[in-house]
Design a protein around this ligand. Structure first.
Ligand code: PHE
Length: 374
């Protein structure tokens, strides 16, 4: 009896004095573990006479319970104390001003693409897309550039390694060698094939050419335009481009000059120049390039879609005709927002992005202005 009492008060004292959770755990093992002193006492019950067991069992059980309770109580107290210290240390002063949330900006290329979609949606154009990893047939052959066509050499194409079996003639079924598309024009073909006619789309996206200097990057952005219908002619093309450029540059005095040109996929082909004036050393779009002190800047390629392209895209060229154009999106952004180095577009320098980027809330809309800056 006294044995148990001594053991109990001894255990209580040590448990209360335990410095930390590890010390407490060591005590638990010492008393209640498999080889613990209280556990061993419980084992002695088996060897006792029934009368003795009847007397001792409740005492030993009581001892075990008391020690277990003391351990639990001390552990709870320690945890509560620890929480108190943490709460005291981690105070949050709600009266302080909120820190500035880090804010990203919308890249000018994304912004310009949104502006284009907005302007052309108003003219009834949908936005179409195509793969950046393209096949030879869609990128070249269907656009009237068969294997031997010299215009292919002008495209500085990134080809994927030739797969065995993919050699030989490129057909619509067998797209031929894979490549990174060199222009957005393959989307013309894909759209006509998948939607038939009539068509009224723009197709903005990335294009790739193995070319790199101050004004060329191996990846850049274009937007393709395509209209296919019954009686479309060059007048529609000129009006569409004029309307688009006036809305985009937010100036009524945009003047275009159409020059005969050559693209395999358009016939006739038209190079479009836009008039500019020099103002404080900078070129500012607007006015005729023929005025004194003015000039013409080459802006985009376009033309009436070649009937061979319409045919390759599965439509009857005697029933359908239309125009197409292709513009550099990065170029449009530079002209509108005044950047002078194309390479900076793709450096990911946060200072540049902060300076030229747009607020995510600055959605271009025709009513609020497609060029509004927050
Ligand atoms: N695909 C041509 C280029 O990348 C541009 C273009 C598109 C020209 C459509 C005419 C018609 O240079």
């Amino acid at each position: 009896m006294t044995d148990y009492r001594t053991l109990e008060s001894d255990a209580r004292g040590r448990i209360d004095a335990a410095a930390d959770l590890a010390a407490l755990e060591a005590l638990r093992i010492e008393y209640l573990g498999k080889q613990g002193s209280v556990s061993l006492l419980l084992k002695t019950l088996g060897a006792m006479s029934p009368a003795e067991r009847q007397e001792k069992a409740p005492e030993i059980q009581h001892l075990r319970q008391t020690v277990a309770d003391a351990l639990a109580a001390r552990k709870a107290a320690m945890e509560a104390a620890e929480l108190e210290t943490r709460l005291a240390a981690e105070t949050l002063d709600l009266t302080l001003p909120a820190p500035e949330a880090p804010r990203g900006t919308v890249h000018p290329v994304s912004q310009v693409m949104d502006e284009l979609a907005e302007i052309f949606a108003d003219l009834g154009f949908a936005v179409a897309t195509g793969p950046e990893i393209e096949d030879d047939w869609h990128n070249f052959t269907a656009l009237n550039m068969p294997e031997s066509h010299p215009a292919r050499a002008m495209h500085d194409t990134f080809y994927f390694p030739e797969e065995s079996g993919a050699q030989g003639r490129t057909t619509a079924q067998q797209g031929g060698r894979m490549l990174l598309r060199t222009h957005t024009s393959p989307v013309q073909v894909r759209t006509m094939l998948s939607q038939g006619a009539p068509v009224r789309i723009i197709a903005p996206g990335r294009v790739y050419r193995s070319d790199s200097d101050a004004t060329h990057t191996p990846m850049f952005h274009q937007v393709e335009g395509l209209v296919i219908d019954k009686a479309i002619h060059l007048g529609h093309l000129k009006w569409t481009l004029e309307t688009f450029l006036k809305a985009f540059f937010e100036r009524e005095d945009i003047v275009l000059r159409l020059r005969p040109s050559y693209f395999p996929f358009t016939e006739p082909s038209v190079e479009v120049d836009v008039g500019f004036a020099i103002d404080g050393g900078r070129r500012v779009l607007g006015g005729s390039g023929d005025e004194p002190g003015h000039g013409w800047m080459e802006l985009l390629g376009s033309g009436m879609v070649n009937r061979r392209v319409i045919e390759a895209a599965g439509l009857d060229p005697d029933a359908w005709q239309g125009f197409a154009f292709g513009v550099g999106v990065d170029r449009l952004a530079m002209l509108k927002y005044g950047m002078d180095d194309l390479r900076a577009f793709f450096d990911g320098d946060v200072r540049w992005l902060r300076h030229y980027g747009f607020s995510a809330f600055d959605q271009p809309t025709l009513s609020a202005g497609v060029g509004a800056r927050a």
